[in-house]
Design a protein around this ligand. Structure first.
Ligand SMILES: Nc1nc2c(ncn2[C@@H]2O[C@H](COP(=O)(O)OP(=O)(O)OP(=O)(O)O)[C@@H](O)[C@H]2O)c(=O)[nH]1
Ligand SMILES: [Mg+2]
Length: 234
């Protein structure tokens, strides 16, 4: 198998819908999922590039694996549940640090999933084949709950990420372009999310190719430069 040209990693708390979003995009369906153990990936061909998309486990017990999955990532998708404010806070507190191993020019997208569960036009069910248990719908059914996390909160997190990564807003895609609300259940915005990201990742991959393999420093074999008598390094 050819080595993937780029790598996208999905991160976020358990139950936010990482596996469901990836399944919706890659397999065009929404089915029952089981909580992810470790991680799994899909390969997606986009133009002439092979992109690996990694699904990770949100469960605390697998947290240590996160930075391993993020190693060299070209893009990271940070996912929260629009009905659970804590899941957005967790992105900053628990998951952002895992991206330290990603590529230095890694792109970030922030995704509020499960908008089909909130009372907003954007969350309107597009699905024609019935609704899952507990999901409120139209026409006299139980009212949907108001959205708990607003898009501005995601934009604020995006700006914090840029600060954390010491990136200038001028040099990266705008927050409005990188913050999405989705529903893995209905498919709302799912293609838009992945395909926007693929289009943004392609120039990064081409740049990496032009620059050659990443320059890494092996600190275990690092030797202090010899000093010449004049004080310059030999
Ligand atoms: N209504 C609704 N339910 C969703 C949506 N996305 C996921 N779910 C449900 O939420 C639950 C968790 O979804 P998963 O995709 O397994 O969540 P995950 O983030 O992969 O969880 P971990 O693997 O444990 O980290 C499942 O019952 C899904 O059916 C969505 O957009 N709308
Ligand atoms: Mg999962």
């Amino acid at each position: 198998m050819r080595k993937p040209d780029g790598k996208i990693v999905l991160l976020g708390d358990m139950n936010v819908g990482k596996t469901s979003l990836l399944q919706r995009y890659m397999e065009r369906r929404f089915t029952d999922t089981v909580s992810t153990v470790g991680g799994a990936f899909y390969l997606k061909q986009w133009r002439s590039y092979n992109i690996s998309i990694w699904d990770t486990a949100g469960r605390e017990q697998f947290h240590g694996l996160g930075s391993m999955y993020c190693r060299g990532a070209t893009a990271v998708i940070l996912i929260y549940d629009v009905n659970h404010p804590q899941s957005l806070l967790e992105l900053e507190d628990r998951f952002l640090g895992l991206t330290d191993t990603a590529s230095t020019d890694c792109l970030f997208a922030i995704v509020g999933n499960k908008v089909d569960l909130v009372e907003e036009p954007a969350a309107e069910d597009q699905e024609k084949d019935g609704r899952g248990p507990g999901v409120a719908g139209r026409g006299g059914e139980a009212p949907k709950a108001p959205k708990q996390v607003q898009p501005e909160d995601a934009v604020a997190l995006y700006r914090k990420i840029l600060k954390y990564k010491m990136l200038d807003e001028k040099d990266v895609p705008a927050a409005e372009q990188m913050c999405f609300e989705t529903s893995a259940k209905t498919g709302y915005n799912v293609d838009l999310l992945f395909e926007t990201l693929f289009d943004l990742v392609v120039p990064v991959i081409s740049r990496h190719r032009a620059q050659g393999p990443p320059q890494t420093v092996d600190i275990t074999s690092y030797k202090t430069p010899r000093q010449t008598p004049s004080g310059c390094c030999a």
